[in-house]
Write a protein that binds this ligand. Structure first.
Ligand code: GLN
Length: 498
């Protein structure tokens, strides 16, 4: 048994970011108390969940102490995240703090610079609790492809937490962190959020700066929040969003007030259910839960309509050509020369490249680099990459048409409940197919939010997904906020004990 501090960890770790923020503002709780509670919680639970790759207990406490002092002296105003320790996916660079991307090739990489999203958290008074596990270079859907160890689903340790932001989602679900940052290239925030029963939001492409997000597929990657409630997700998004001159694809558009927007009315809002998403292959328990949530929204005054996304059948092929083409080019930089792993068995320059990459990358990353190189190669470029780029436009147009008939689309996040560990590892194609509902939002650049709409009798969460037009994240958060109230879900107890 660990000694309990004056305020028990369970009590502090049960509070939402909004509640912690109120406590900090009213000086009822200190940053140090919060940080200590979470460090204790991580020590007791993370040996089972294994959400974190690295932590920075010393630095965190030092920073929390300094923060408390400046708050006490009235030198600093209380921002939305002041004193809140957050988990950060380990493909988002943190200055002076190891950033591995879940890969052996970057195992010892300590970045000399800070991602803009992290810099914004820090500027607001947020603290970094640690770096979370992921599928190597964010390639995967289970966090089993991590180069270090797999993360487990805190609701059922025999299931995967989803991926690739599985560490961030599991940490939030296990109450080892009040909130987290993840990245989403084809569902990597939303699918683990659904599998772990938390809220995850992939913002519009360009809303959050990608500076310092280690690139997987640059035209699809976005950073976004994972949290326990829509309000908490809104608070994190509020702080990390906005134009950044360091990212040429960052949007110049002002940031909406997501937190104030939560209270807006949803009556009359048209909720579109994509017909193609409720077809064969969807677990009937998920379909029932999503339809029940739609009925709650209808009862709350929304109008539920059916929409079509006719190019859904091309989603997986299009995504896996474009994402892998971009990945093969982005990952060319890991050659053992400038940073990252360098093979000891190297003689010539070419051998250095080959051996360093061969030793540093895992099988899935190698598979993707090879596919990506193939679809870009002379003679195949037109047949694969160019064609996929054209279908991408068709998918985008499907959404434009759907948003003429509906304000928000709603459907499943994934076709199945969290997989059992090891279930999909032998068949990469089967794993890819499970991304069918998430990848198109990235191809179209639109925002998507995953939240929990039910639990199975065994206490496994069931997620749903909301999609909005470009820069419609405020609307998604508002609907998710109303759903939390209307569904009134009671969180079952975790399969973890204290
Ligand atoms: N599961 C998808 C993939 O493996 C999505 C990954 C992501 O969003 N980073 O590519």
């Amino acid at each position: 048994m660990e000694r309990e501090a004056s305020r028990p960890a369970c009590e502090i770790c049960d509070l939402s970011i909004a509640q912690l923020h109120r406590g900090i503002r009213k000086r009822q709780i200190s940053s140090v108390e919060i940080a200590e509670a979470y460090l204790r919680r991580i020590r007791s639970r993370d040996p089972k969940v294994q959400a974190f790759i690295s932590r920075s207990a010393e630095t965190l406490l030092e920073e929390a102490r300094a923060l408390d002092q400046s708050l006490a002296s009235g030198k600093r105003a209380v921002g939305l995240l002041t004193g809140i320790p957050l988990a950060v996916k380990d493909n988002i660079v943190t200055r002076g703090m190891r950033t591995t991307c879940g890969s052996r090739i970057l195992e010892h990489y300590v970045p000399p610079y800070e991602a803009t999203s992290v810099a914004r958290l820090r500027a607001d008074g947020g603290l970094i609790l640690g770096k979370t596990n992921l599928d190597e270079f964010a390639m995967g859907s289970t966090t089993e492809n991590s180069g270090f160890f797999p993360t487990r689903n805190p609701w059922d340790l025999n299931r995967v937490p989803g991926g690739s932001s599985g560490g961030s989602a599991a940490a939030v679900a296990a109450l080892e962190a009040p909130g987290a940052l993840g990245s989403d290239t084809g569902g990597s925030i939303r699918q683990p959020a659904a599998f772990c029963g938390v809220v995850g939001l992939k913002p519009t492409y360009g809303r959050v700066s990608r500076y310092g997000l280690v690139a997987f597929a640059s035209s699809l990657d976005q950073i976004g929040p994972l949290a326990r409630t829509a309000r908490d997700a809104a608070m994190i998004l509020q702080v990390v969003s906005g134009y950044d001159p360091m990212d040429s694809t960052s949007a110049r558009r002002p940031v909406d007030d997501y937190v104030a927007g939560l209270e807006g009315d949803i009556r009359g809002l048209r909720i579109g259910l994509p017909a193609e998403w409720f077809s064969s292959g969807l677990d009937p328990r998920i379909e029932a839960a999503v339809r029940a949530a739609a009925a709650k929204l209808a009862a709350a005054g929304c109008e539920v309509v059916e929409v079509d996304l006719p190019h859904t059948e091309f989603a997986i092929a299009t995504y896996y050509i474009i994402a892998l083409a971009e990945a093969s080019s982005n990952l060319a930089r890991y050659d053992g020369m400038r940073y990252g792993h360098r093979s000891r068995r190297a003689g010539s320059l070419e051998e250095t490249y080959r051996n360093s990459r061969n030793e540093g990358f895992g099988d899935e990353v190698k598979r993707r680099i090879m596919i990506g190189t193939y679809v870009l190669s002379a003679g195949y470029y037109d047949a694969y990459y160019l064609k996929a780029s054209k279908v991408r436009t068709l998918i985008k147009e499907d959404y434009f048409r759907a948003f003429e008939r509906a304000d928000v689309l709603m459907g499943p996040t994934a076709p199945s409940l969290p997989f059992r560990r090891g279930d999909k590892t032998s068949d990469p194609l089967e794993m890819y197919l499970s991304d069918v509902y998430t990848v198109t939002a990235n191809l179209a650049g639109i925002p998507g939010l995953a939240t929990t709409c039910a639990y199975t009798p065994e206490g496994v969460p069931i997620g749903l997904q909301l999609l909005g037009p470009h820069f419609g994240e405020g609307r998604l958060l508002r609907v998710a906020h109303v759903l939390e109230r209307e569904l009134g879900l009671v969180r079952p107890s975790l399969a973890l004990g204290a």
